[in-house]
Design a protein around this ligand. Structure first.
Ligand code: FAD
Length: 518
């Protein structure tokens, strides 16, 4: 059975028993990837419970270095989460709600530590929002039982996605593995269940006595990042200026995007130089913005009441947020993708090159293909990359360089500020043709044509590959092939590391052989 189904059954089977538990001296909300007060299902329920019983709400967050290792969490992401926590701690403090934070090295020690804290705080009810990765689902299932043995009601709640995994399926009852019918069904489901978009009430202030009673918890400082996940001071400052953290920033960014950019989103979202997307992915990944909030507010900005009607910009953007749901549903339904396996297992037989030098040039942005290099350097500076460029560099890695797509997937997780297993795995699977609803294996992006089409004036390239700044016209896309050889050489820009045409042939052959079709 799937870990998601096991968790659902456990929640259902233990409901009656958990309902007999009386409220203790406090109620706990355990924050994970839901770092916000606004529109947070688990937090709202915890606050409601505490309010009903007139006991304090305590919030907690555990930093687990081993967890960061296991999830390949980037330094940028760890830093963003910790900055987000600072904002959260301050906001909760204004409501006299403490945020207990601690560092627990080993993941296996987290459950026993938090249980000990529940006992210490006399908490009989604990809420958290569900994460859909395998290990987390299994941990939460176990925690329900362990907590029950100690008389504690542990309640994992759906919050991270608009539509919970398992609640929509195709006409034949199967999980969707193609996006368009999924989206149709997603829209229908949300229209039929309007509560899915309803905002959860913000937590109520704690009784004043909570400050006295749990004084030590109010003094808890946000832990620093583990040594191997710490940014240099310079990187930290740069990333903080690109990516201010916290839910207020997320809301401001969303409001600005809705007011200024969403209407033209469909027309220009593929142009990396246009700065036309919301840049909300770090917030959606850290949970400083709920996908539900994003969809609700986008819908309110629309002239149509339908999620798939009215402004094309708005519906397209909503459908992008729904891609995020789609990949989480896929992960919950086919958990083997969390274990390094291709969604399409028949694609497991492809012969990859294991060429460290080629991989290094890809990561450094010195492939000699300006659009690829610009994108890879954008990651180095911003810990973020435009979606079109993610597809270009992923296709380049898997099909031009013939490197195992999992190397790229890992590099992205280790370097992106918005690293999210399901979306990243989905994006790599799409580009390498090994994933769910992928581009067909014979669709191989020509990096030069992609560059001409989506960065026509070369503005994006000039920004991120400054040594090519002086090259004018179309030569920017291919300086060595279009008469700007001398300038490129002088600027120290490398020659293309491969011949795309030949590599394309190689990829087609390797995929065919791997699939047993040659
Ligand atoms: P917008 O265009 O404003 O879209 C709004 C939101 O919708 C995004 O913030 C994101 O949450 C969601 N979204 C948009 N496109 C996608 C998509 N294709 N798949 C899933 N969700 C989407 N996104 C991540 O959040 N984390 C990742 O680790 C990640 N890795 C990727 C790897 C590859 C190879 C590819 C091709 C895509 C990846 N994406 C990932 C999806 C997408 O590139 C980013 O979500 C998007 O670029 C973020 O920019 P934005 O917030 O301005 O997006």
């Amino acid at each position: 059975p799937r870990p998601m189904d096991v968790l659902h059954s456990k929640i259902k089977d233990t409901k009656a028993q958990r309902e007999t538990i009386k409220v203790g001296e406090s109620v706990v909300h355990w924050f994970k990837r839901d770092l916000r007060m606004f529109d947070n299902r688990g937090l709202s329920q915890a606050s409601e419970k505490a309010k009903e019983a007139g006991v304090p709400l305590i919030c907690m967050f555990v930093v687990s270095p081993q967890d960061y290792q296991a999830h390949l969490t980037s330094k940028a992401r760890v830093d963003f989460d910790l900055r987000t926590l600072e904002v959260l701690r301050a906001d909760l403090g204004e409501l006299d709600i403490p945020l207990y934070t601690t560092t627990i090295d080993k993941r296996k020690d987290v459950p026993s530590h938090i249980l000990q804290k529940f006992q210490e705080w006399g908490a009989k009810h604990v809420f958290c929002n569900i994460e859909y990765e395998v290990d987390e689902l299994r941990r939460e299932t176990k925690l329900i039982d362990t907590c029950l043995q100690q008389g504690v009601d542990f309640s994992p709640v759906h919050d991270d996605v608009v539509v919970a995994p398992g609640s929509i399926s195709s006409g034949t009852g199967k999980q969707y593995s193609v996006y368009s019918p999924f989206f149709k069904s997603w829209v229908k489901h949300v229209h039929e269940h309007p509560h899915l978009l309803v905002e959860s009430p913000a937590p109520s202030a704690n009784p004043e006595a909570a400050r006295k009673k749990f004084k030590a918890l109010f003094d808890c400082e946000i832990p620093s990042a583990p040594a191997n996940k710490s940014l240099s001071a310079e990187d930290r400052e740069r990333l903080a200026s690109f990516w201010p953290a916290g839910e207020h920033e997320a809301r401001d960014r969303l409001d600005r995007f809705l007011a200024e950019k969403i209407k033209s989103y469909q027309a220009v979202r593929n142009l990396p130089a246009a700065n036309s997307t919301s840049l909300l992915s770090p917030h959606l990944s850290a949970g400083s913005l709920a996908a539900r909030t994003a969809v609700r507010l986008a819908q309110q900005a629309n002239s149509s009441k339908r999620l798939d009607g009215g402004s094309a910009g708005i519906t397209t953007w909503i459908s992008e947020v729904a891609w995020r749901d789609f990949y989480k549903h896929v992960m919950a339904h086919w958990p083997y993708i969390c274990m390094g396996k291709a969604f399409k297992y028949e694609y497991s037989n492809i012969e990859w090159e294991y060429d460290d030098e080629a991989f290094r040039r890809w990561t450094e942005g010195t492939t000699g293909f300006p659009i690829v290099d610009a994108a890879m350097r954008q990651v180095k500076t911003m810990a973020w990359m435009h979606n079109r460029c993610r597809m270009i560099v992923a296709c380049f890695l898997a099909k031009d360089l013939m490197l195992d797509w999992r190397m790229g997937e890992k590099y992205f997780m280790e370097n992106l500020i918005d690293g999210d297993f399901a979306s990243n795995n989905g994006g790599w699977g799409f580009s390498a043709s090994t994933g769910v609803d992928p581009q067909p294996y014979f669709r191989i992006f020509n990096p030069l044509l992609q560059s001409e089409k989506f960065d026509e004036s070369g503005e994006y390239i000039r920004k991120w590959v400054p040594e090519l700044k002086g090259i004018e016209g179309k030569a920017i896309h291919d300086p060595y092939g279009r008469g700007a050889q001398k300038q490129a050489e002088k600027a120290g820009y490398p020659k293309p590391m491969l011949d795309h045409k030949k590599c394309r042939e190689r990829a087609l052959e390797r995929y065919k052989v791997g699939l047993g079709r040659s």
